[in-house]
Design a protein around this ligand. Structure first.
Ligand SMILES: NC(=O)c1ccc[n+]([C@@H]2O[C@H](COP(=O)([O-])OP(=O)(O)OC[C@H]3O[C@@H](n4cnc5c(N)ncnc54)[C@H](OP(=O)(O)O)[C@@H]3O)[C@@H](O)[C@H]2O)c1
Length: 276
């Protein structure tokens, strides 16, 4: 396992994702993933499976201290009172007294950003959260959040895969000492038919999924990976024993195009940064 260090946090480079995973599958897969060697699990209040993530962790037998656990506060819970009680509720469901990382799931201008950042700091100071960060923030919001926060932000969790050029937000995060965490690395399944990726996969005797996950972590960016298959979870973890050449890295990055973004929900998405 490789780690990403950012503003005091040590984040396992690959995390097991649980978006769109049912309760029973969540418990089964989180338990399997941890036994297989994952040490980073990503959930969110809105996924509706925090309780089963907690059950899966207990079932795995892995010590809590050995695990990096992330959850995200949903946008409706950003007013201070709701924020604080929602975090207590998350901890109860997750059956733990702290999470390693707590994120604002999406921007929400209905509540001042300063109030959201204060609440993140309040739960951090109370020991309920080790590290804080954001998700789906553009560079302007990210820099505003950094300036407002007494405690450093450690990550911005964003959509990232071969079809999207995220260089503006990557550069801004690095400038702030923050990491990036990539979601949707498989571009909702689009990567599997990509000839360039298939060719690189064949050259390394690896799967397309492994090539894409390797391409992310080789940039010093953490990556999330979701699957309901035990075999795929194990496969996706095997990305730390080979290296892509600089030519291969560039060939994957060259797949990006202007309309590669997949996740941009109305009413939540900010004005996205556009790469030069
Ligand atoms: N912050 C946010 O707003 C946000 C948004 C989206 C996601 N996320 C986080 O990021 C995580 C990852 O994103 P994602 O859920 O879209 O998943 P993903 O890791 O991009 O995978 C997408 C799909 O690829 C399939 N897959 C995975 N490994 C495979 C393999 N080796 N071979 C063939 N198919 C494979 C999976 O299907 P099967 O299950 O059928 O194998 C999965 O449904 C989420 O679970 C969540 O934790 C965060």
């Amino acid at each position: 396992m490789n780690f990403i260090n950012a503003n005091g946090a040590t984040i396992p480079a690959i995390g097991f994702g649980t978006f769109r995973v049912s309760g029973p599958d969540t418990e089964r897969m989180v338990s399997h993933a941890l036994k297989a060697g994952y040490r980073h699990v990503d959930t969110a209040q809105i996924y509706g499976n925090e309780a089963e993530v907690g059950d899966g962790i207990l079932r795995s037998g892995i010590a809590r201290a050995d695990l990096f656990l992330t959850t995200k506060v949903w946008v409706d819970n950003y007013p201070r009172k709701a924020f604080l009680s929602s975090v207590d509720e998350s901890l109860k469901k997750l059956k733990t007294d702290y999470v390693d990382l707590l994120l604002l799931h999406w921007p929400n201008e209905a509540v001042p950003l300063a109030e959201q950042i204060d609440a993140l700091n309040e739960v951090r100071n109370a020991g309920k959260v080790r590290h804080i960060g954001v998700s789906n923030f553009n560079t302007a919001l990210m820099n505003e959040a950094v300036a407002l926060s007494p405690a450093p932000l450690v990550t911005n969790q964003i959509e990232y895969h071969p079809y999207i050029d995220q260089s503006p937000v990557i550069a801004a995060a690095r400038e702030a000492g923050m990491s990036l965490t990539a979601y949707y690395a498989m571009a909702d399944g689009k990567v599997f038919a990509e000839p360039v990726l298939r060719e690189i996969a064949a050259a390394h005797d690896r799967s397309v999924a492994q090539i894409v996950l390797r391409w992310v972590v080789q940039q010093g960016i953490a990556v999330l990976s979701k699957t309901v298959s035990e075999a795929r979870a194990t496969e996706n973890l095997a990305i730390f024993d080979f290296t892509l050449t600089s030519g291969e890295m560039a060939a994957v990055s060259a797949l990006a195009h202007g309309n590669g973004r997949i996740v941009s929900p109305d009413g939540l998405a900010p004005v996205w940064d556009v790469a030069a």
